[in-house]
Design a protein around this ligand. Structure first.
Ligand code: HEC
Ligand SMILES: [Cu+2]
Length: 336
């Protein structure tokens, strides 16, 4: 094959396949449900492609083999008329069979996608403009806690998410694991999924919900069950008390500068409910619903001017001196 043709083919392939794998891809399924969705998609795609190609071929033949205009346009050719009648009937029946067949494929696929399992781990997720409130609900209240913007789950176990909204309609979508489901005010929707492999999968809001809709992402972190159990036991505990003076100063400032009006930090006097729970914020992977990766620098940038990073979001810019900012960052960082 000449080099130029090969280069062109490689270029075309990379271009076509560029988005087919990674942390957020329905074509690289990591869950039982997303596997089934891809399977159904490919069956539809193949059958639709065959039908489309057949229609194009027949259309092409029709265009190439046009009949001459006759002097008696109303004359009928009986044999031709009967033949095409049968052909149209046959194609009509084939269409009905294909549509019924695809409906059946779709129905069969839904049995996996919407399967309910009694032993599922239950999470309640509330969508807010523009972040995610996550409740782990256990039979014992001692095992129930709240976190935000990050969902850790065990591999191999079904997870049930109960979806609600605090304001407008949002949509919960983790393409690598399952399909979409809306979060609607005053209504409880449910979705179940099972992660096959450990990993970090990106999810995002898939229903336009206002100015910062594009910055309403979250991470689903699937862990081996024993590691998940350890994380859960740790997450269930109250926040660390800062050991050093700078951390203590940060804790005081967190209340003194009004952060505590909106944010909850379990085990401290901060009990606000308007913003994300920050009890273990130091363990998260991102800041502001997937907008930035978490580090002291991004945490500082966010607190110094949240309106610059995510214009219009519901955390106001709080006037802070730079030494106050440093103390607050230090305090939040050690909330592991
Ligand atoms: C009026 C309520 C309000 C006040 C006051 C407030 N916040 Fe927030 N905060 C929010 C909201 C709402 C969000 C979510 C913003 C988003 O991602 O859209 C947020 C997000 C955050 C986050 C990111 C959390 C995450 O999981 O991504 C941090 C950290 C944070 N705030 C710290 C602070 C600190 C420190 C202060 C005090 C200087 C403060 N906040 C004051 C409402 C508030
Ligand atoms: Cu949304």
């Amino acid at each position: 094959m000449p080099v130029r043709v090969r280069t062109a083919l490689v270029f075309l392939a990379t271009w076509l396949l560029a988005a087919c794998s990674g942390r957020q891809s329905a074509l690289d399924p990591q869950g039982l449900q997303s596997d089934q969705i891809r399977h159904t998609l490919f069956i539809f795609l193949i059958i639709a492609a065959i039908v489309w190609i057949a229609v194009m071929v027949v259309l092409g033949i029709g265009m190439l083999r046009r009949k001459r205009a006759s002097n008696q346009p109303l004359d009928l050719d009986r044999r031709f008329e009967e033949g095409s009648g049968r052909l149209i009937l046959g194609l009509g029946i084939a269409t009905v069979i294909i549509v019924l067949g695809l409906s059946f494929v779709s129905y069969a696929g839904q049995r996996t996608v919407f399967a309910k399992d009694e032993n599922a781990l239950t999470l309640k997720i509330i969508g807010h403009q523009w972040w995610w409130e996550v409740h782990y609900e256990a039979d014992s209240p001692h095992q129930s806690f709240v976190t935000a913007n990050e969902i850790r789950i065990p591999t191999g176990q079904p997870v049930k998410v109960e979806l609600e909204s605090a304001d407008v309609i949002h949509s919960f979508w983790v393409p690598s694991l399952t399909g979409k489901m809306d979060l609607i005010t005053g209504q409880k929707n449910e979705l179940q999924f099972t992660a096959k492999n450990a990993g970090i999968y990106r999810g995002q809001c898939a229903e336009f919900c206002g100015l910062q809709h594009a910055h309403m992402a979250f991470a689903v972190i699937a862990l081996p069950p024993d590691e998940f159990g350890r994380w859960r036991d740790h997450e269930n505990q109250s926040a660390n008390s800062p050991a050093d003076p700078l951390g203590k100063q940060g804790e005081d400032l967190f209340r003194g500068r009004g952060c505590a009006l909106c944010h909850n930090i379990r085990g401290t006097l901060a009990g606000g409910q308007l913003g994300p729970d920050l009890t273990h914020v130091g363990n998260r992977t991102t800041v502001a619903a997937g907008t930035l990766p978490l580090s002291p620098a991004t945490l500082g940038a966010w607190i110094a001017d949240p309106q610059h990073i995510k214009p219009g979001n519901l955390m106001p810019r709080m006037p802070l001196q730079s030494d106050e900012l440093i103390a607050i960052i230090h305090y939040l960082e050690q909330l592991k």
